[in-house]
Design a protein around this ligand. Structure first.
Ligand code: 48H
Length: 266
């Protein structure tokens, strides 16, 4: 068991994965709940999908539950998605369920990877690639480079569609706004910003807000409400899952050449 063999195995396999990610159908920014669900359903449609997550761990705001009480609330409309993933739900009252946040996120992450999505953690999206008024890729750097403010130039990948699943930060939409001005298809052309908490309205509006916000760029999850100026909703997560699934449907229609056949699993 030579140490250099261990090192070589890791370097070779990571390099292969990164090279394979250079040209993909879909690149998702953010491995929170909406990004994971979106990736799962895209891969299920046979669409080559990669995901970039800034932090060491995946899951975004989900593991923290509500104020660190590690449970989340799910409404009836999202029960089918939870059932598909095989995540346990306890009925709380009619139409409302409780799930363990750690079981939820670990199961979603595992099933998304097994479905064929490659998730790269510790990599940040710091810019986009734009051609002819269309987003067609992401500019990437190690998160450690950004956090330590080192001057290191990034690398880039190309994708037919980019998904902004960055949650409250709405990072990709903000980058686009910063780089090309107020050209998003919101009322102002800019990221409007999320409104204060109103669970019912926030959960309702997130589905219609899940859409193409600029050519080649689809927004889902909390980022969808933030970009279109809808309320936050607290620790109810059904809307995030339904939004991720809708994003996969929207993106699926945008990606040409997908025959709907399941992608071969690694
Ligand atoms: C790479 C990035 C970048 C970047 C950010 O915040 P998330 O969990 O987002 P959603 O939309 O899947 O879920 C939202 C939910 O967690 C939540 O916050 C709710 C329901 N809030 C309600 C309320 O009232 O507060 O995940 C986004 C992920 C995170 O893991 C970020 O680290 C990551 O995106 N991310 N990754 N490059 N530039 N920006």
């Amino acid at each position: 068991m030579d140490e250099t063999v261990i090192s070589r195995a890791i370097i070779e396999s990571f390099n292969k994965d990164l090279l394979d990610a250079l040209e993909v159908d879909v690149a998702i920014t953010g491995a929170g709940p909406s990004g994971l669900i979106c990736g799962y359903y895209l891969a299920k449609k046979g669409i080559k999908t990669v995901m970039f997550e800034r932090h060491l761990r995946v899951g975004g705001g989900l593991p923290g539950g509500g104020m660190m009480f590690n449970s989340i609330v799910i409404q009836e409309e999202a029960k089918g998605i939870m059932d598909e993933f095989g995540i346990n739900l306890k009925k709380y009252k009619d139409g409302l369920y409780i799930a363990d946040s750690l079981e939820t996120i670990s199961t979603m992450c595992s099933k998304t990877i097994k479905q064929g999505v490659k998730i790269f953690n510790l990599i940040s999206v710091e810019d986009v690639v734009i051609r002819k008024d269309r987003i067609c890729g992401l500019v990437l750097n190690w998160s450690a480079v950004n956090w330590s403010k080192l001057h290191v130039d990034p690398l880039a990948i190309k994708s037919k569609v980019v998904v902004d699943a960055t949650g409250h930060e709405t990072d990709v939409c903000r980058i686009v706004e910063r780089k090309i001005g107020p050209k998003l298809n919101t009322e102002t052309g800019k990221v409007i910003g999320e409104k204060s908490m109103w669970a019912e309205v926030g959960e309702g509006e997130i589905v219609k807000n899940t859409r193409e916000v600029y050519p080649g760029l689809v927004v889902c999850g909390m980022a969808a409400n933030a970009v279109y100026g809808s309320p936050r909703m607290g620790a109810i997560f059904g809307g995030m899952f339904i939004s991720g699934k809708k994003a996969a449907d929207v993106v699926g229609k945008m990606v040409k050449g997908s025959n709907g056949a399941p992608r071969a699993k690694a």
